[in-house]
Design a protein around this ligand. Sequence first.
Ligand code: ADP
Length: 586
Amino acid sequence: MKIRNRLLLTYLTLLLAVILLLGLFLQSSLNEFFLVDLEKTLQKDAGVFASLINSEEDWQSDYTKAQVDRFAELFDARITLISNGGEVWADSAYDATRMNNHATRPEVVQALQGRIGTSSRHSATLEMDTLYLAYPVFAEEGVRGVIRISKSMTVVEEIISALERIILSGILIALFIGALISYFLAKTITNPIKEISQTADEIAGGNLEKRIFLNRRDEMGRLAWAINKMTEKLKEEIRTVRNRSQRLETILQNMVSGVLVISENGLVEGINPEAEKIFEISWEKIKHKPYQTFLRNYDFQESFDRILREGLRSELEFTIYYPQEKNVKAFFAPIYGEERVEQVVIVFHDVSRLKKLEKIKSDFVANASHELRTPLTAIKGFSETLLEGALQDENVSRRFVDIIDKEADRLIHLVNTLLDLSRLEQGKKDVFKPESLFLGEILEYCYQSMQNKAKESGIILKLEIPNPEKTVLADRNLLTQAVFNLVDNALKHSGNNGDVFLRVRYTEKEVLLEVEDKGKGIPPQETERIFERFYQVQHERPGDRKGTGLGLSIVKHIALLHEGTVEVESEVGRGSIFRIRLPNSR
Ligand code: ADP
């Protein structure tokens, strides 16, 4: 039931009870008042008539009878004269001789005992409700007789019922007005409650801009003020929380580490773009799914279970094999709920590149040592042989010293190349001096210089420059060396067949220097690694191994210094195209 209806019902019940009680009281008071009044009148009239009649000797005389009739008319009442034996001597309304003894009438009984007697009852004679009053008249020897005076109560009853009707209609009007007032009163109390509860509902539904407007200073006003204040606070809190989470979100989105949040039952609760990249998955696909759907690794699972059990941070390095082989480092951190670890945050670093670099580094040390050891071993071997006596033989010693000299040259060349390479790698300013160069001039120079070597191998070297006066911003020596290295490789690996092309092409943004050969080509799995220092493709015949494995690495670093790149397109048995891309300076 609504508060308004409940209030209305209470008001009406109270009103009804009060009015009913009042009505009942009024009704009984009215009855009492009129009866007492009537009784008093009758008693006074009886007294007057008694003092008059008592002086009469004969109460049965015609005169007395005439007096009875006269006073009855005067009093507008019925007068009955009764002897002390109950016999009716005269009656103003009825023939006394035909009336029976009245000694047993209750009012007469009382009067005969010397008191004023009253009784109200329905008179059979007059056929109406009547009030009787019996008045004893005393002589010396006692009660001489009784004057009974009676009046119809019909008038009184009519007045009372008319009054009752007035009271009833009064009650009804009062009830109606009371109900109206109660209704409006209840409304004034419940309207603000309604307003407050409706607005509170809207606020609870998320509309934090909503406010309650109640211009009152009572409890309702205070309640409205408190709710408004609370909403304001809530809005502020939400703004703070939102800001914080946005900040966190931005950090997570832009972090270079992968982040994964897993619930205690192993479901993925969140992932950032970097982690999506590492595992090559998307949030939509793994949302609230077990992490094992994309990360199956025994060590990982064990670390995850342990952090749930012990709640201690830990880290782990593991390898994933699908969809690509990667080395991943994971840092586990617990998020505590009320009493136990409820979520685990795992930060991932893709350390594949680092691993690869480590490998390259250790390969480099091994390769460099190997490359240096070969000539050193030769030098040591020949010098020992010389010391052990070969010095005596001039022919032999000349040949040996010659070899020692060549190997020392090779060593010097190797060390110089390594130094060049390390300077290139560090991008030293004294190595790199760019200027505006005619491409045609550079390539022409390389072409001419390599002509002889090509002829020796029976290879035709072809030059294609569509636009020789075009310039490029480059370091003359370095660019020449890069082209030399590429042409030299092409000649070395052409194996006497086909031509070698040296050409330039232009695109919107780049200048492409291409060296193409029709030689043996490079297996696809090697194409990436040939640019590493010392890396050499394994040859079928060990004797083929000639170079140092540094040539392409130098080309790569020269390209990088020019803010360009180098790449290779190759097919085993059909040849290769090496391409240096330089920015088009125009
Ligand atoms: P190297 O001094 O040994 O030639 P590079 O760095 O120049 O060292 O080359 C690395 C490897 O790449 C070589 O071992 C060679 O097998 C391969 N290579 C380079 N150029 C070519 C080419 N034009 N055709 C086939 N293989 C090539």
